[in-house]
Design a protein around this ligand. Structure first.
Ligand code: AMP
Ligand code: ZN
Ligand code: FE
Ligand code: FE
Length: 310
């Protein structure tokens, strides 16, 4: 049965959420329980570089009368002249998970994050001799996509820091991009990734564009308009303008760019579990129903699980 909310009772929509299948803290079952108690109506599961959680999320969403939008957060990089390559996270909604080019890109990203994490551990061992790659693997869910939060979790486990957030936010954090131990992710060009997502029937949306926390990869200082135009030419459909880590002045620039090019704008929490990112609770930022409708129209690669009518 499709639920329709009464007038003035808008749906709460959060389209960027992680589980333990990547670097979040909650298993999919724990996550769904938390989503229900946070009062969300519609959610997307967007684990880094994988779709494994989709089936269980769809099944549990149905049981809990939630609407579920299958998603992925793909690791890519921006390459613009005069700047070192910088990390770009690309959200993809409703792509066909069996598309060969998409599958190959995701598998390569997971593999390269595994190799990167191993290299990172080798460097960190200079300062933390007790840290081992085996420990990192043991604490992460088997076969999950590895990220820096997994390194942080291992350092907390060893008693070196009090919390994952402390590891990221410590002065001279050992895992920040300025750390001598830092190893960057190797990833495909965002322009190629956008084309692959579109070919797989998905809706590509740039995640937390130009987020400028001390922990993020080497982001451009000013708004790289040409780069955004190239992404639009490649088939970009939306920008996640409303995210805790996107500075307010950048948000304004992005909103005006989105209006100029007719792009979708979204808002999301980027929840990873409160033990990992306490400042990003579920539903912290939300997406409007109008924008969700456009995503549902344009995303043709797989079916959402809808418990509401839109
Ligand atoms: P990576 O892509 O492996 O370099 O790591 C980026 C991941 O670290 C993203 O999923 C972020 O959400 C996460 N992250 C960034 N800053 C923090 C923080 N202060 N606390 C916890 N996780 C963070
Ligand atoms: Zn993450
Ligand atoms: Fe991200
Ligand atoms: Fe994320």
């Amino acid at each position: 049965m499709l639920e329709r909310k009464g007038k003035g009772n808008s749906l709460k929509i959060d389209l960027h959420i992680h589980s333990k299948n990547s670097d979040g803290a909650d298993t999919v079952a724990e996550l769904l329980a938390n989503i229900k108690s946070a009062g969300l109506d519609v959610f997307a599961l967007t684990d880094h570089d994988r779709t494994d959680g989709w089936d269980q999320a769809a099944k549990l969403a149905k049981e809990l009368s939630l609407s579920f939008i299958p998603g992925i957060e793909i690791t890519t990089e921006g390459r613009i002249s005069g700047h070192t390559p910088f990390g770009v996270h690309l959200l993809a909604y409703l792509p066909n998970p069996d598309d060969q080019a998409l599958k190959a890109m995701l598998a390569e990203n997971v593999r390269s994050r595994y190799v990167r994490t191993n290299k990172f551990v080798e460097k960190l061992q200079v300062a933390y001799p007790k840290l081992s790659f085996d420990l990192v693997l043991e604490l992460a869910q088997e076969d999950s996509t590895l990220g820096r939060p997994d390194l942080a979790t291992a350092l907390v486990h060893l008693g070196e820091f009090k919390s994952v957030e402390d590891v990221f936010e410590a002065v001279d954090s050992p895992i920040s991009k300025d750390s001598p131990y830092y190893v960057r992710n190797e990833a495909p060009d965002v322009l190629d990734a956008i084309r692959i997502v579109r070919d797989a029937g998905g809706v590509p949306v740039i995640a937390h564009p130009l987020a400028r926390t001390s922990t993020e990869d080497d982001q451009p200082i000013s708004f790289p308009r040409e780069h955004f135009q190239k992404m639009v030419e490649a088939g970009l459909i939306g920008i996640e303008t409303d995210h805790r880590e996107v500075p307010p002045e950048v948000k304004l620039i992005l909103e005006s760019f989105a209006a100029e090019f007719g792009l979708i704008t979204t808002g999301s929490s980027d929840y990873h579990g409160l033990g990992v990112k306490p400042k990003n609770p579920l539903g912290l930022r939300t997406t409007s129903i109008e924008m969700l409708r456009k995503i549902l129209q344009l995303g043709t690669g797989t079916k959402p699980t809808l418990s509401h009518s839109f």
